[in-house]
Design a binder for this molecule. Structure first.
Ligand code: SAM
Length: 252
């Protein structure tokens, strides 16, 4: 199986690529690639190229770009997650799993019941983007989800274009089973919102309703926030026809 290297966005335009820093570490220590071996190159924008490692040293590696490979087109029906900011590990876990499950965009939302740590967001955003890129590489995506900076819930709910299907996971909402056909037949964006550990307040649920979100129930059990995010992404992805064969990525 050919190994994959993620390059920073914009690096796939040239015929020769000098790799240093974390990329070099990954090539030499993780992939243990030797000169002459092939590597698949992606930058998270949907492009995919075949490259060959020309030389590698402790300082840098030189990769020659040999040929374009079929890219990953933008999805016809994008899937977007608005996730109520939760404690460190939970948010990281959700970002990783959401990427694996095919999410196209994630907005992290500061909710009334989010545990706020002002001032830490800029550093964390870089780390979160790295988690998304690693998950994207590991699961074979060439187009990585767009991760928006943390913002208040109202802004996060309004980020995706209006219209489409908009669901807010909220205990007491309409059973998910009752709106399956509607999600299946929908067009445009599908936007899913999941609350933080403490849930959405009724005011927040009301605001989401005003913005076109339908409250949906994922069953009688109270799920942990990260479980709810994965469950809702899985069900919506299935209903949107995303659980296809390996060569059918472009059809979704
Ligand atoms: N006591 C909180 C409440 O009443 O909202 C529980 C919050 S739950 C731990 C965290 C988030 O997961 C919720 O805001 C909701 O988005 C989602 N969630 C958990 N269980 C759910 C269910 N059975 N139906 C719909 N959403 C659920």
């Amino acid at each position: 199986m050919i190994r994959r290297l993620v390059l920073p966005e914009g690096h796939l335009g040239s015929e020769e690529i000098v790799v240093t820093g974390p990329g070099l570490h990954y090539l030499s220590r993780v992939l243990r690639l030797a000169a002459g071996e092939q590597v698949e190159l992606v930058d998270g924008t949907g492009l995919r190229f075949l490259g060959r490692l020309e030389r590698i040293s402790k300082k840098e590696a030189l990769v020659l770009v040999e040929a374009p490979l079929p890219g990953e087109p933008a999805p016809a029906r994008p899937l977007h997650l608005v996730y109520g900011l939760s404690r460190g590990r939970r948010t990281e876990w959700v970002l990783q799993k959401a990427t694996e499950l095919g999410v196209d965009g994630v907005a992290l939302a500061l909710c009334e019941r989010s545990v706020k740590r002002p001032g830490q967001e800029p550093d964390k955003l870089a780390r979160w983007r790295e988690i998304v890129a690693q998950a994207g590489r590991q699961c074979g995506r060439a187009r990585f989800p767009r991760l928006h900076p943390v913002q208040p819930l109202a802004g996060a709910l309004e980020l995706p274009p209006p219209g489409g299907t908009r669901l807010l996971a909220h205990p007491g909402g309409v059973p998910m089973a009752e709106i399956g056909a509607e999600v299946q037949a929908g067009a445009g964006h599908t936007v899913l919102a999941v609350g933080p550990e403490g849930g959405f307040t009724e005011e927040e649920a009301g605001l989401a309703r005003e913005l076109g979100f339908r409250a949906v129930s994922l069953g009688p059990n109270t799920l942990r926030t990260e479980t709810a995010a994965v469950a809702l992404l899985t069900v919506a992805g299935f209903l949107m026809g995303r659980m296809t064969g390996p060569g059918e990525r472009g059809k979704r």
